[in-house]
Design a protein around this ligand. Structure first.
Ligand code: ZN
Length: 329
């Protein structure tokens, strides 16, 4: 396969803190010989494991960029044993546009793996992670949130994996992140995901959903920053002990956790995120917006637990994710 066209302006093997760019040639109408300059920080002190930290895998999710911009400007090098690679805005064109996917090629980064060095911009970035960054990383944290169309209770997540030892190492790192909720996930469509790429290489991988609605709150940013700190301490890369607090363990791998909308119209949520749910409880109504006097469609819980995620905008369409109930472990 051909070499990546991406060049790092920093030296991954040098000790110290370096701020630079992943430089991706991008020829377009406004800049014939131009390049996309994706910000990156690398902090290294001696030998030790490597952590790879990313935000804005989806461009409209902001807890990752906020937490990682703060880490990049304040990382305490004297307390690092190993290497921390910080890329706050993984799908940088999408981030700049405030959108989930890239405005250049419509690429959804988390469906673009393993990527391609001769593809468009999004697969080129994915390929750089797949063949350059992931192989020399030991622990990988990808900070997501709901973006403009979803909202979640703040949780860190680990996946159901074929190898129970591998899954246990990921679950331990998720618990160390110590978000208010900790979620075991089974992906419905794992092909093309960054998560799957990292897990297939046997890496310790943790992702999150820390809020949503296309913005960040003081609370969700604080959860992200504390979680990153804990994640690095758990990996032995940052000195200090993990700040352990209570977390609620949830699971969405059972039947009936996910609720899909089968109508279109005005969304009326009948309970809020974090509410306890019993099977049969009314979660939402969807009103037909074309006439008054009709009976709204009702969406009821098919299992018991906690309302962990929801559709965010006020209008909803056929096939939209309406909500997810996390079952208590
Ligand atoms: Zn996301």
């Amino acid at each position: 396969m051909r070499d990546t066209p991406i060049e790092a302006t920093i030296d991954f093997d040098a000790d110290g803190i370096q701020h630079g760019f992943l430089k991706l040639p991008h020829s377009h109408d406004e800049s014939a010989w131009g390049a996309l300059m994706i910000p990156i920080t690398v902090a290294r002190r001696g030998d030790g494991p490597t952590a790879l930290l990313t935000g804005a895998n989806h461009g409209d999710e902001y807890e990752g960029p906020v937490a990682l911009m703060n880490l990049a400007r304040s990382i305490p090098l004297h307390a690092i044993n190993g290497r921390v690679i910080i890329i706050p805005m993984m799908n940088y064109p999408a981030f700049l546009a405030g959108r989930r996917t890239s405005p250049i090629d419509k690429g959804n980064m988390n469906r673009a793996f393993p990527g391609a060095p001769d593809g468009t911009v999004t697969p080129k970035i994915a390929d750089y992670f797949q063949r350059t960054l992931l192989p020399f990383s030991d622990v990988v944290l990808d900070i997501h949130a709901g973006g403009r169309t979803l909202d979640f209770i703040p949780f860190a997540a680990a996946h159901v994996l074929d190898d129970p030892d591998h899954q246990a190492r990921c679950v331990d790192a998720m618990q160390a992140f110590n978000a208010p909720y900790s979620m075991i996930l089974k992906e419905l469509d794992a092909v093309g995901m960054y998560d799957t790429a990292a897990e297939d290489m046997g890496k310790v991988f943790v992702s999150t959903e820390l809020g949503g609605g296309g913005s960040v709150t003081a609370r969700s940013a604080a959860i992200a920053m504390r979680g990153v700190d804990n994640f690095l301490k758990h990996a032995g890369i940052l000195e200090g002990t993990v700040d352990t607090g209570p977390t609620v363990n949830l699971d969405t791998t059972g039947e009936g956790c996910f609720i899909t909308c089968e109508s279109r119209g005005l969304l009326e949520m009948c309970m809020d995120l974090g509410a306890p749910v019993k099977e049969g409880d009314l979660i939402a109504r969807v009103h037909d917006v074309h006439r008054t006097g009709g009976t709204p469609d009702e969406y009821r819980a098919q299992t018991s637990g906690i309302l962990a995620g929801r559709h965010f905008p006020g209008l909803v369409d056929m096939g939209d994710f309406l909500g997810v109930v996390g079952t208590l472990e």
